[in-house]
Write a protein that binds this ligand. Structure first.
Ligand code: MG
Length: 253
C-alpha cells in the first residue's frame, strides 16, 4: 500500500512537472511595435506578461564597461568588445533607444517581478573573461539582485566561476555538448541547450532532473518544437514568441 502511494505521488509529481514548463523571453519581449532586442523597452514589455524571466546579453567594452548587447557586431561597430563605451553610447538601436549599460538594465529589472536571465557572452579566456565575470557578480551583489538573476553562458569557465562565486544562484551552460552528470560534477546545476541537442539526447532531460538539475532550451519559436520540448518535460523554454508559448502551456492545463 505504502509503495503504491509513493509511486502514485511520484506519478502526480512527474505529470505536474510536465505541465510546469515556464517561459523565458529571448532578448526581452522585443517583437512588438517600436521595440528592439536587448532594449530597456523589450525588458519592460516582458515584465508586463506572465513569463518566468527575460533573457539578455552582456558584453564588456574595451574600456571595461558592461553593456547589454548581443554583439559582436553592434550596428556600425564591428565588435562591441573592442569598442570604447564612448563609441557604444553613440549607437542607436532599431527603435531609437541607446544601448543600455548593465547597470541601467538591472535597475529596470529590479522594478519587475520576473527573473533576469543574464547571458555573459564569451570573452577572451584569461584576464578579460575573469574581469567580465568579476564585474557581473559585483554589480548583481551591489544591486541586491542575487534572488532575481540567473546566469547563462557559452563559456564553461565563466559558468564554473559564476557557480563558485554565487553559490545560491542558478547557472546554466549553453553549449549543448556536455551530459548533465559531467556538468554537475563541475558545480554547474543547469543546462540550457539548443533544442537539437535534446532531440538527439531526449534522455538528458530526465537525467538532469534525477540529478536535481534544471533544464532550459533555446531558442524555440515554432509551435511544433514547443510542443515537443514541453512533452520532454523541460523546465523552461526560451523563445522569441513568449505569448505563443504561454498560450500553448495554458491550453495544456
Ligand atoms: Mg543570448
Amino acid at each position: 500500500m505504502k509503495s503504491f502511494l509513493i509511486s502514485t505521488l511520484l506519478l502526480i509529481a512527474v505529470a505536474a512537472g510536465a505541465q510546469n514548463t515556464k517561459v523565458v523571453a529571448h532578448r526581452g519581449y522585443w517583437d512588438t511595435p517600436d521595440n528592439a532586442q536587448n532594449s530597456l523597452t523589450a525588458l519592460k514589455t516582458a515584465q508586463d506578461i506572465p513569463v518566468y524571466g527575460s533573457e539578455f546579453d552582456v558584453n564588456m567594452t574595451a574600456d571595461g564597461v558592461m553593456v547589454v548587447s548581443h554583439g559582436p557586431k553592434l550596428e556600425s561597430i564591428p565588435d562591441v568588445q573592442k569598442a570604447t563605451y564612448k563609441e557604444v553610447k553613440k549607437v542607436r538601436l532599431k527603435n531609437g533607444e541607446k544601448v543600455p549599460t548593465l547597470k541601467q538594465y538591472l535597475k529596470q529589472g529590479k522594478k519587475g517581478d520576473i527573473k533576469l536571465i543574464f547571458e555573459l557572452k564569451v570573452h577572451p579566456a584569461g584576464e578579460r573573461e575573469n574581469e567580465a565575470v568579476r564585474k557581473s557578480v559585483e554589480m548583481v551583489k551591489k544591486m541586491k539582485l542575487e534572488d532575481k538573476v540567473e546566469f547563462i553562458s557559452f563559456s564553461l569557465e565563466a559558468c564554473r566561476q559564476l557557480a563558485q562565486m554565487m553559490p545560491g544562484c542558478m547557472v546554466q551552460y549553453l553549449n549543448g555538448k556536455i551530459p548533465p552528470k559531467e556538468l554537475k560534477d563541475m558545480g554547474i546545476m543547469g543546462l540550457d541547450y539548443h533544442y537539437s541537442n535534446f532531440e538527439q539526447h531526449p534522455e538528458w532531460v530526465k537525467e538532469a532532473h534525477n540529478l536535481g538539475m534544471i533544464v532550459n532550451v533555446w531558442t524555440v519559436n515554432k509551435e511544433e518544437m514547443m510542443q515537443k520540448m514541453i512533452g520532454l518535460g523541460v523546465d523552461f523554454i526560451t523563445t522569441d514568441a513568449p505569448e505563443k508559448a504561454l498560450e500553448l502551456i495554458d491550453n495544456k492545463k
